[in-house]
Design a protein around this ligand. Sequence first.
Ligand SMILES: Cc1ncc(COP(=O)(O)O)c(C=O)c1O
Length: 419
Amino acid sequence: MDKRAFLKGLGLAGLGLPLTGHTMEKMITALEDITNKDVMTDESFWEKIRKDYLLTPDYINLENGYYNIMPQPTLEKFIAHVKQVNLEGAYYMRTVQYENKKAMAAKLADLTGCTVDDLIMTRNTTESLDMIIGGYPWQPGDEAVMAEQDYGAMLEMFKQVSKRNGVVNKIISVPNIPTSDEEIVNLYASAITHKTKLLMVCHMINITGQILPVKKICDMAHSKGVEVLVDGAHAIAHFQYSIPELGCDYYGASLHKWLSVPLGVGILYVKKDKISKIWPLLAEGDRKEDDISRLNHTGTHPVHTEITVADAIDYYHKLGPERKESRLRYLQQYWTGKVREIPNVVVNTPADPARACGIANVGIAHMKPALLAETLLKKYKIYTVAIDYANVHGCRITPNVYTSTAELDVLVRALKELA
Ligand SMILES: Cc1ncc(COP(=O)(O)O)c(C=O)c1O
């Protein structure tokens, strides 16, 4: 059987993917003409989207920041991919595996403004960023800049290169409610010396949802000869932007967060002229030094997970990136707007719409975040996560596209009562 016939037999023609029937088209088509602004507050639209999700009745899930569960249409496609790959086994792996992986990377490159020459699929943000931190050509005494609000796994990796390579880590603290972009840019600038080689910055701080002025930070760092690594774990398919336009050198993100891909897919962007300087996590043979596939050796891994990327992107596009972003921002502002001024309620996320989107963090004065999370779950059946470090004391509240304002009203009532 030739490859084309094989693909056809599997229903994998075109992109090389199987097809399953679902109702996604029907759900969105009727609403395509409505403007994003109208849709943002149109509960009946979002009620239809909610029907796409199988949700547990046990609690209101306001912890979508860990990962975004898949809507049923994507989940059905994923299950179909698992079955297809299992049907053909090694034949799939030896014929179209790599072709499909490239097709997925091309779709992701399209989504993020990159090209297949500067973007690869990884397992997650941790792998992407730690590959850069660990594979950077450090010299003893080199310095790196980061923030205490950065994600733990990356801070740990910097500690490791400090021990292993003699790198000196300079750690700043980002204010929860900054007064201007310049305040943040200056904070990062103040930690740079002539020995600084790399600066890591979150696109969105995961514990507060604050969006940082990444482009301005990149411009400042580059003017001082410092490269920038961006942690975009929470940014992709949450709000809209193009990675190259940020001007960073390296960018990592997870797709199981806001793109709702099955668990275990991420991306790594490396500016073309920086590829050759990074040591891969797992060695790959016989590649040009500036070929990004040098950094993409994985060994055998769950290929059905990565081919679901195309389905998740289709769902995202049909939902509408702008519609999604405006809804998520609206939901966050809906509840924070109702509690921000209440005595004893402390919102740890900026009110400025440009500085946040769907995620926010809230604390109650004199109440430990762990107790707040426990009370929200036990008394109000709201699931969140407690954050109690790096000057952030509260629960992270992360709605998703299926979250209703009625559910957020339960949160608002809870916070009022507890305050
Ligand atoms: C800011 C940030 N960076 C990195 C990560 C790690 O993501 P993953 O576990 O998908 O590698 C997370 C996960 O929540 C995160 O919030």
